[in-house]
Design a protein around this ligand. Sequence first.
Ligand SMILES: N[C@@H](CCC(=O)N[C@@H](CS)C(=O)NCC(=O)O)C(=O)O
Length: 221
Amino acid sequence: VKLYDYGASANCLKVRILLRLLGTTYERVPVDIFAGESQTPEHLSRNPAGRTPVLELDSGEAIPESNAILIHLARGTPFLPDDPIAQSRVLGWLFFEQNLVEPNVGTARFWRLTGRDAGREQIVARFVEAGSAALDVLERHLDGRGWLVGDSASVADVGLYAYVHAAPDAGFGLAERPGVSAWLTRVEVLAGFVNDLEPYPTGARVGAGGQSVHDGQSKAG
Ligand SMILES: N[C@@H](CCC(=O)N[C@@H](CS)C(=O)NCC(=O)O)C(=O)O
C-alpha cells in the first residue's frame, strides 16, 4: 500500500503508528500541504476534501479519512474486535475523536505552534475549554481501565493517542489526568510502536512568507 502523508500531521501519525504495529510494509508519499500539494487535481482525485492522510491500495483504490483508514487496516487483526458491540464502541471512540478531540485539541495546538492564535484569543479559549472537557471524558473513562474498549489495544487507542499525546503542546495539562497519562504510556510500549511526529516547518508560521492556504478556514493537525 501507499500512504499519502504529511510528517507533522497527527492524523497521518495515527496511520503510521498502526502500520508499524501491524508490521505492514508501505510506501510513504510525502504531501507538502504548505506548498499546496494537498490541493492539486491529482490529490483531489484521491480525496475530494484535499486532505492527508490517504491510503492507496495496491488495486489503486484510495481511502481518505484517518479513522476510516485505521478501520480498513485493522479488519481481521486484534486491533478491531469482531464482536459487534465492541466494534461499535471502537467506532464510537473514533467518532468522538473527530468530533471533540481533533477539532479542539488539534486546532489549538496547530494555531499555537504556528502563530495563528495571535488576535484570536476568544476562539482559542473555546477550543481549550472544549478540548479540556474532551480530555476529562477520557480521564473518567480510563479510570480503572487499561484500554478504551475491552481488555486489549484497538484502533480506538491508536486513533485517540495521536492528538491526546500532543495536547501539552497547546497547554493542556496531562499531569492532572493520571488515567490518560498511564494509558498513553501503555500505547507507547506496544510492540512495534514508533512516534515519528515531525515538528511544523518554520515556513508554516504565519508571516513566514509561504502561501496561505491554511490561514483561516484550512487547517492542519
Ligand atoms: N478528518 C480528516 C482530517 C484530515 C486533515 O485535516 N488533514 C490535514 C493535515 S492534519 C491536511 O492534510 N490538510 C491539508 C489542507 O487543508 O490542504 C482525517 O481524519 O483524515
